[in-house]
Every structure is written in C-alpha cells, then in structure tokens.
Design a protein around this ligand. Structure first.
Ligand code: TAP
Length: 454
C-alpha cells in the first residue's frame, strides 16, 4: 500500500503517514456511493436536515481539535484555522435548511398540470486543493448532501488530516458511511477516476487553472457536470480620494493572509499616480508590521508556505535584481518560511504582475484615472476577486461594474461569506458556489406534465 508522509510546514517534522487510495479502491468507493443513493434520496427532507444539523454540531464540538490539526498539517494561523472549522459548521447549518425548501414550480398548461422537481444528480466527486482544506471541501459537500447526492471527497495529498477527521464526525452524527466518503490520494489517481468514471455525475474542482482545464476537457467526454474554482491575480485598486491610511494598513492582509496562498489574494496593487508615493510610504510599516511566525501562537498573522517545493516555486519569482521595494520578516531555521515582499515591476507585462505566484509577494504599479485602472485590472486571463478603495460612491459603482471579476469589495477585502455567491469570471472558473443558489448546482430540473383529460 502506498502512503504519504504529512510534514508540518512550520517545523519540517513528520506529523503522520496516511494511506493513499488506489484506483481500484476509488472504483469500489464510487460503487458504494452509487448503491447508497436510493436510500439517501428517500430520507425524509426533515430528517436529512436534522442529520446535517447534527453533523454541524459535531464539527462545532470538535472545532478546536480541527483547527489544531490544520495548524500542524497546513501551517495556518490558529485564528484562521478556527474560522475555517467554523465555516464548515456554518455551511452545514445553512444548507441544512435546503432539503425542506427544494421546491419546484407549478406552471400553467392546457389540459393538465405541469410541475417541476429538483432531482439530485447522483454521485458527486469533490476535489480539494491544499490551501483551504476545510472550507473548500464543505463548499462542495454541504450543498451536495443537502440536495440528496452522495459525495466522494478527495483532499489534496499534502493536506488530508482535517478531511479524514470530518468524515469521522459525519459518521458520529449519523450520516451513513457510504453517503459521504473521504478518499485521501493523488489527483492523478483518485481525482482522475472522478473525471473518467461514468457513475460520478458531477466534479467540483478547486485548484490551478491548468488542472482545471484538463478536468473540464475530461468531463466533456461524458457531458459531466463540472464546477471550477481556479486561480486569480486580483487587483486592489486604490484611488487618490480613498482613506489612504486605511487602504495601506489593510493591503498586507488582503494579500498575505494564508501566506498569499489564496486564490482571492489581492496580489496586484494599483495606485492612482498622484497618491503613489504617499501610499508606498504608508505601506512599508504596515508590511513590516505583519507578525510572521509560529502559526499556533495566538498573535501570529502569517505562517509558513505549504511545502519546500512550493517555497522554491515562489522564490523563483525573485531572481537577483528583482524589483523588491521592501520586505517584512520571517523566522529562520526549520520551516518553509518566506517574508512578506513588495515588488515594483517596471511594466504590467512582468510575470510578477501577471502570474499567480500563490505566495506572499505583492506587485504595485501606478495608474492614471478610472479608465486606466479598469483596463489594467482587466488585463489578465483571471477574474476572481478584487478591491476598490475610494470615497466616491459613484466611482465605486462604476469601477465595480467595469472590473471583470466575480467577487469585489469596496473599501474592504472581504470576499467570502457562506451566504453570498462566490466564483470567477474568465479563466478563474465556471459556476458559482456558496449563497442561496448553490444547491441548484447539485440538482437537475425535471419537468412533468400530468394529462387531466384522459
Ligand atoms: P492542483 O494541481 O490544481 O491541485 C488541486 C487538486 O487537484 C489537488 O487535490 C490535486 O491532487 C488534484 N489534481 C491534480 N491533478 C489532477 C488530475 N489530473 N485530475 C484530477 N485531480 C487532480 O494545484 P497544486 O499543485 O496544489 O498547486 C499548483 C498551483 O495551483 C499553485 O501554486 C497555485 O498557483 C494554484 N492553486 C490555486 C488554488 C485555487 S483555490 N485557485 C488552490 C491551490 C493551488 P494532489 O495534489 O493531491 O495530487
């Protein structure tokens, strides 16, 4: 049996060894998930709702344990990790209201009655990346289960521990074993079977745009439903009329949270030319003030990168002579540390300004006027999130409508709330997760006409 050794990214110590699911074991799990469908669908709506609420309660009771597991496995700060476990609980509670509300329509027709049903899709495969193991898993499994589907969850090979624990909690709460299964393993093995196995009716994928394209192409062979949440190179647009102190004080947290390993990271800062010097003056102490260190300590604001390989990739963006303006601090010694770094590329074509680095590097460039800001923000294949800092409400609305991205914030960097929709424009993704309509993405609409004139 092949295994994966989980390493604590803050210490480089071995945490534990996890068995990897083989292709044959994946097929067996898919068969069990398929066999479990009729009985899961048949659970009365109120009972399915109750089971999801019990699952939420079990997560809540285990919140500190889940958070500590994430600190050790992923290097997330304890504050973030508690929020992430709480997000799983909140999603389960929110979507536990769905089973009794999966209403159809009665549409007037001649000679009978026409009604619609929201039918579950069947077996759903959820493929999760390593950057937010808990929330991204629950964004898929909570609405999918609520809609009456059975779910197979593949955590990232690097970060399986919280997913394994969440599966145990589901069982404790009474969710049948085959209704929700967690399969730690490789994307090229387990994830690939989700794409190619005909019994899996939908794939929910979050990760790189490159792999997302392969998943979409693979799903096309079976016209398989697919939701994609992919990369981002998001713009934080700061106008001269903004509260510059607040914009500069918050900008580091808009990009360096989770060590920049966030598809919503505002990794491009566009500053109106007339405010550029003042903004940079304010940004420097804010960046130097980010507390980087032991992710388990309450005061820590940024932990390490996920792995040695990833740190190497991020470091590759800063060769000798790279346009580094200033940097924060990071511990030395063991751990995959990388200090918060601000760069000022010479042009908007620099890879520092165009590529998703997925680390704590932010590129700053000036712009002149609203149209230039929107054009620069949109000059990317991505379109996930972004921020607009201004004191002019009309401008805030105009720029919000002009930027091609799915999730924008004005005078804020908040992108994610479980009750509002989330997803990308352009190559940042396909479909939406979260919010009131997420359950629709896990159902098919069936139309039935009943002839009243026989
Ligand atoms: P990906 O390779 O895209 O991995 C994401 C998930 O997909 C993992 O669970 C992975 O499994 C699985 N996977 C990989 N190849 C697959 C395939 N052929 N079929 C089915 N599933 C497959 O991302 P990564 O290697 O972790 O990170 C690479 C870069 O992607 C990062 O540096 C970053 O730029 C970007 N990224 C973006 C996001 C978001 S949220 N947009 C998240 C993570 C990474 P295993 O890795 O376990 O084998």
């Amino acid at each position: 049996m092949s295994t994966f050794t989980v390493i604590n990214p803050a210490t480089e110590e071995v945490v534990q060894t996890v068995p990897l699911t083989s292709a044959e074991e994946t097929d067996a799990a898919i068969a069990r998930a398929r066999a479990a469908l009729p009985s899961w669908r048949a659970v009365a709506p109120g009972d399915r709702a109750r089971l999801l609420r019990r699952f939420a309660d079990a997560v809540d009771a285990d919140l500190e344990n889940l958070a500590r597991l994430e600190v050790v496995n992923s290097g997330h700060t304890i504050g973030n990790a508690r929020w992430e476990a709480g997000n799983v609980r909140d999603l389960l509670n929110y979507y536990s209201a769905a089973p009794e509300r999966l209403v159809g329509k009665q549409i007037p027709v001649q000679g009978g009655v026409n009604i619609t049903f929201q039918e579950p899709l069947g077996v759903v495969g959820v493929i999760v990346p390593w950057n937010f193991p808990m929330p991204i898993a629950a964004w898929g499994f909570a609405p999918a289960l609520a809609a009456g589907n059975t779910v197979l969850l593949k955590p990232a090979e690097l970060t399986p521990l919280t997913a394994i624990r969440i599966a145990e909690l589901a069982r404790e709460a009474g969710i049948p074993e085959d209704v929700f299964q967690v399969l730690p393993g490789k994307g090229s093995v387990v994830g690939q079977r989700f794409v190619t196995h005909p019994a899996v009716r939908k794939v929910v994928f979050t990760g790189s745009t490159e792999v997302g394209k392969q998943i979409m192409a693979g799903c096309a062979a079976q016209v398989k439903r697919v939701t994609l949440e992919l990369g981002g190179k998001n713009a934080n647009i700061v106008f001269a009329d903004a509260d510059l102190e607040k914009a500069a004080a918050t900008a580091p947290y808009g990009v360096f949270d989770n060590a920049g390993q966030d598809c919503c990271a505002r990794s491009r800062i566009l500053v109106e030319a007339s405010a550029y010097d003042r903004f940079m003056e304010l940004l420097e102490p804010a960046v130097r003030g980010v507390v980087v260190g032991d992710p388990g300590a309450e005061a820590t604001e940024m932990g390490p990168l996920i792995s040695a390989g990833h740190r190497e990739k991020v470091t590759g963006y800063l060769p000798d002579g790279a346009p580094v303006a200033f940097r924060g601090s990071a511990p030395r010694g063991s751990g995959f540390w990388f200090p918060p770094t601000v760069v000022t590329p010479a042009s908007a074509g620099d890879p520092l300004f165009t590529e998703e680095i997925f680390g704590p590097i932010v590129a700053v460039l000036p712009f002149t006027g609203e149209a230039d800001a929107v054009a620069m923000a949109n000059d990317t294949e991505y379109g996930l999130s972004g921020s607009i800092w201004t004191s002019d409400l009309g401008r805030a609305l105009r720029v919000s409508r002009g930027v091609e991205a799915g999730n924008l914030s004005v005078n804020s960097h908040a992108s994610v709330r479980y009750w509002t929709p989330f997803g990308g424009f352009k190559q940042s993704g396909l479909g939406r997760e979260l919010g009131p309509d997420a359950v629709d993405a896990f159902t098919e609409t069936k139309n039935v006409f009943l002839n009243a004139e026989l």
